[in-house]
Design a protein around this ligand. Structure first.
Ligand code: ATP
Length: 371
């Protein structure tokens, strides 16, 4: 047996009820996911939530306690790592220091007994924009270049799935941004499934076509970056992806296409299509850039909703000014005002009104664990 064929499309990658326990600790908890063939998929979560363990089970480096890993119709759960059409790029690059760049990239082909490797290696080096650097050794390359070698080495065997475990973690911010764009280009060019693990929400959103947010061994929500950001499913996702203002309130049911909410004595409404709960304890959420600051309630446009408070902080961060507004009931709301030249700065210490279009708000169920 030579393992699964690498050149025929394998289909979607499916994790079915996948669980991994270390002793009594559950690192991955009954996780089910479908990762579309050819997609750029990001597994996003805080340190320790089980991302790497999930990746290692896909690679075959960790045996699941229960559940299955399937590629198309094939169950690969018990297949040895080297028999899977799956390759991994690690943060540490794991290059062979004594081999040239050319030989590092050629390694996978040589191991499979392929003698004539020149054309393929050259094509790979060109794909990752390292033409001409074949004779060097890893120590003679920058961190970003070494990362590209690791990528070329992982891609040369034409895996069906490429796993990337925090591959940009060791790079500085500017190089990271550059490599994010580069990785997207490469993924589009080779067309294979990329599963990218990161704790950096901006990185996940910038690169992936689908993001799954992981928390305590489970998937909280998955979807296109804009859908997750604009309409999060849980308070955890709302807070993990960007910043959110969440007002604790009580929903009184839907009528006429809107859900009525009472929060801190004030009445609000949210369109039913933006509500994940319409009765009982809820969070009314509005993103900071969807809030606008004005001096008085008389300036609030018709059909918008508002809260009044005192500005306690204003931070100029170039593209925007980020305000904190302390409401009458003591909550602090974040308001991001674009520094486009159109808005007048609001003074710290002054009274102000934050207003929003209800179509930009969202309503989430609030459970006992939430604030
Ligand atoms: P990070 O971003 O820090 O790598 P992660 O989300 O990738 O975090 P994992 O490495 O998957 O998290 O670890 C998930 C949990 O499982 C952690 O609490 C970790 O301590 C635990 N864990 C991982 N491997 C083992 C092991 N071999 N034995 C015991 N516990 C482990």
């Amino acid at each position: 047996m030579t393992g699964m064929a690498r050149d025929t499309p394998a289909g979607d990658l499916r994790l079915a009820d996948l669980t991994k326990r270390f002793g009594s600790f559950t690192a991955v908890d009954d996780l089910s996911l479908t990762i579309g063939q050819g997609s750029f998929f990001a597994l996003l979560g805080a340190s320790g939530c089980g991302k790497t363990t999930t990746l290692r089970m896909i690679a075959g480096l960790e045996e699941p306690t229960s559940g299955q890993v399937l590629l198309g119709d094939t169950d690969i759960t018990r297949l040895r790592p080297y028999r899977r059409p799956v390759n991994t790029v690690f943060q540490s690059y794991a290059l062979f220091p004594h081999l040239t760049i050319f030989e590092n990239v050629a390694f996978g082909l040589r191991r499979r007994g392929i003698r004539s490797v020149d054309d393929q290696v050259r094509r790979m080096l060109s794909l990752v924009q390292l033409d001409g650097l074949g004779p060097r050794r890893p120590a003679q390359l920058s961190g970003g270049q070494q990362q590209r070698v690791a990528l070329a080495r992982a891609l040369i065997n034409k895996p069906q799935v490429l796993l990337l475990d925090e591959p940009l973690g060791a790079l500085d911010l500017k190089l990271r941004r550059q490599m994010q764009i580069e990785l997207k280009r490469i993924q589009t060019e080779v067309g294979i499934t990329f599963v990218h693990v990161t704790h950096d929400q901006e990185e996940a959103m910038a690169m992936a076509d689908t993001v799954a947010v992981m928390n305590a061994g489970r998937i909280e929500q998955q979807g296109a970056p804009a859908d997750l950001y604009e309409f999060p499913a849980t308070a955890f996702v709302a807070n993990f992806l960007g910043q959110s203002n969440l007002l604790a309130g009580e929903a009184a049911g839907a009528s006429g296409g809107d859900v009525a909410v009472t929060a801190h004595g004030a009445r609000f409404s949210v369109p039913a299509g933006r509500s994940r709960a319409d009765r009982g304890p809820v969070h009314l959420g509005v993103r900071p850039e969807k809030l606008h600051l004005v001096g008085s309630a008389a300036q609030v446009p018709h059909g918008h909703q508002h809260v009044t408070g005192v500005v306690t902080d204003a931070s100029y961060v170039g593209v925007s000014t980020q305000y904190l507004l302390r409401t009458g009931w003591g909550t602090e709301l974040s308001v991001f005002a674009a520094n486009s030249g159109a808005s007048t700065p609001v003074q710290v210490g002054s009274e102000a009104v934050a207003y929003w279009d209800p179509r930009h708000a969202f309503l989430l169920p609030r459970d006992a664990a939430d604030t």
